[in-house]
Design a protein around this ligand. Structure first.
Ligand SMILES: Nc1ncnc2c1ncn2[C@@H]1O[C@H](COP(=O)(O)OP(=O)(O)OP(=O)(O)O)[C@@H](O)[C@H]1O
Ligand SMILES: [Mg+2]
Length: 283
């Protein structure tokens, strides 16, 4: 159904946590799946964080450049995914780069990966939530932003958060406008942690707010650092309950936008109607 890009901001972290929380609560219809793709050029943190290093081998983005050069990107992509859903393979993760030094090797891969992720639904019924990190989604990786159904900027409602978000959000909006997608694809995902309200921030950044995720350090640490809160407490945490609501809103917004943006069929002339300036159809 969708490719959703999640952009963080320097000085106001939360992108990876938000992308994971949304992936773990994303509404899945019959036979559907979701992939959290760590497309952060500064390196991924899911393996060392949420997965506590417990993976069955070196999976991740760093394996894609060689495959892309030899025309085997699609095949290699599916082999990199790890299961977040206890064997059900409904919620998957594509681990990110293990070091920022691998980012230059991704420059020519990002556009191909963006094509793959944006087209994945047609072939395999997967939604994708891509974590762009705090500076990702530019240069080669701009294609991830341009191919996305929705771009979410995660913004903390502190002075520092809003200050940094201004630059990041403006750059994303200008890119979307310049490449003909339009800034209407951009939304704010707020983490209330400071004095500013949603309306005020939305006004300031000229971007609508799609949802809020609470400031909930204990639950956030489970996703960012693999902390152990107990399955039940984690699932019932403020963060995960609000993430489920946010995921519903985002899912519904994507569907609405897809409907609005879908090419409309040309209106059919009613049977027997006269063609203006022409003749009546012969019987
Ligand atoms: N909603 C939240 N409430 C409280 N703490 C949060 C929340 N989201 C993230 N954090 C905390 O902020 C820190 C950074 O989170 P995270 O790794 O998600 O940020 P990031 O934007 O991905 O950062 P980076 O750019 O370094 O990848 C972690 O300690 C995490 O637990
Ligand atoms: Mg991150």
């Amino acid at each position: 159904m969708a490719l959703i890009a999640v952009a963080g901001c320097p000085g106001a972290p939360g992108a990876t946590t938000a992308a994971l929380a949304l992936s773990m609560t994303w509404p899945l219809g019959e036979g559907r799946h979701v992939i959290m793709a760590e497309c952060d050029p500064d390196g991924g943190s899911v393996v060392a964080g949420a997965l506590r290093g417990g993976t069955p081998g070196p999976h991740g983005l760093q394996n894609l450049p060689v495959a892309a050069r030899t025309g085997r990107l699609n095949e290699a992509f599916w082999r990199q995914l790890l299961d977040l859903s206890d064997g059900a393979k409904q919620r998957l993760v594509l681990p990110g780069l293990t070091s920022p030094s691998q980012a230059p090797g991704m420059q020519s891969v990002w556009p191909q990966l963006a094509d793959l992720l944006a087209g994945i639904d047609g072939s395999a019924q997967h939604d994708v939530i891509a974590d762009l990190g705090r500076r990702g989604g530019s240069d080669g990786a701009a294609s991830l932003v341009l191919r996305a159904d929705l771009v979410l900027a995660v913004v903390r409602t502190t002075l520092r958060g809003v200050h940094h978000a201004e630059h990041r959000v403006r750059a994303l909006a200008e890119d979307l406008d310049a490449r003909g997608v339009g800034r209407d694809a951009l939304r704010l995902l707020l983490v209330p942690a400071g004095p500013y309200g949603a309306a005020e921030i939305s006004d300031r950044l000229s971007v609508p707010v799609v949802a809020e995720l609470p400031f909930d350090p204990k639950a956030a640490e489970v996703l960012s650092d693999g902390a152990d809160l107990g399955e039940r407490r984690f699932r019932r945490s403020d963060l995960m309950r609000h993430a489920a609501t946010a995921a519903e809103h985002i899912h519904a917004l994507v569907l609405r936008r897809r409907e609005q943006l879908a090419p409309r069929p040309a209106p059919q002339a009613p049977a027997g109607a006269a063609i203006p300036g022409g003749t009546h159809a012969a019987r």
